[in-house]
Design a protein around this ligand. Sequence first.
Ligand code: S3P
Ligand code: PEP
Length: 429
Amino acid sequence: MSSLEQLVLQPIAGVNGEVIIPGSKSLSNRALLLAALAEGETRIKNLLDSDDIRHMLNALEQLGVDYQLSDDRSVCLVKGKGGALVASGRYELFLGNAGTAMRPLTAALCLGGGDFTLTGEPRMFERPIKHLVDALLPLGANIEYLQAAGYPPLKITGTGLTGGEIAIDGSISSQFLTALLMSAPLASEDITITVKGDLVSKPYIDITLDLMAKFGVSVTNNDYQSFSVTGGQSYRSPGEIMVEGDASSASYFLAAAAISGGTVRVYGVGKNSVQGDIRFADVLAQMGAEISYGEDYIEASKAKLDGVDVDLNHIPDAAMTIATTALFANGPTRIRNVYNWRVKETDRLTAMATELRKVGAEVVEGEDFIEITPPARITSAAIDTYDDHRVAMCFSLAAMGDAAITINDPGCTAKTFPTYFELFGKICA
Ligand SMILES: O=C(O)C1=C[C@@H](OP(=O)(O)O)[C@@H](O)[C@H](O)C1
Ligand SMILES: C=C(OP(=O)(O)O)C(=O)O
């Protein structure tokens, strides 16, 4: 949880420099869970240290998983359980607002013996999980809703998962499919998963499959429409996993360069990254930025930016950065197909529309899109952040006009990027 202070950002004349981006949230939490389920010890390097990761680590510790963190918490040696996380007694696991802990653990805790309550922050109780639960029930899962049907908190009695042909609705969150895929190899029989509806946030499935392969399990992917997983397997530790820098976190620095002048190079994530959010740089390029890639970096330079009309369903997190970059473009920007912004840390479509209007933009908020017409001049404003790290981070870019911007509750970046404002300050002139 974050404190309720304010951070005043004076107008930023320009940016320049290099930033080493902290580890990816998506990779860190997946690696921790797979390492816990695997046979053998895994040394996870460049682990992110943020609230979402601490929630996963605390849960694993309560479940009896042995791990050791280095003093700076960037290296974690996990002693795998070699199968399901079996625990005797009742466990209440507090998972904050971490989707990457809540969803994968919901499936994984169905695999073994134990009684678990999965709970979190109030906003977590408004974030749907029904599509995942509905897919797990035919596999023999024992899951109860403790408050509103379809939402956490959940009570899970781990009795193991069987197999068969199941369907999962992929139209709200890819994390449900990710959760199912990661647990499926430990079910007793083979599982075929058919995806119903249009699968959102598709590149996150590549992150899942890539990491599963590193832990020795392959999945048959039939064009993201169905997936076949052999049951009765175990994960095998690869020995060491190096977590890439977080591509969503990189987006703010790249956008800052494109908006305000100078050149910024982000290290830790490069052209061969498994993270779909590196495609954010393509959108910046489409707006007019100069982008170059190396093995371990992405660099953006000053540009004259134009508005764009883009479907950003594949990069919903970095898409928020485009929304504030649009403040500095010539002409309007329309970001389409982002309905699931409404079920994340806050209703991001309403939050972004409200806050973009405060700085002077004209905004149309659609059911699943947002259109932003930039103001002639940014207006000074105090930005409410709704306990949403990405609202806080992407509105730092609004200070690249000639008005001061106040970020309310800047500490909410602790969810994925506790050092954000410190690092951002270092590239500002
Ligand atoms: O699998 C993941 O690591 C994530 C998937 C995305 O969620 P949805 O699939 O719910 O869009 C993304 O927004 C989230 O920050 C991380
Ligand atoms: C949607 C996000 O988080 P979560 O993993 O909790 O879904 C996010 O980080 O933008």
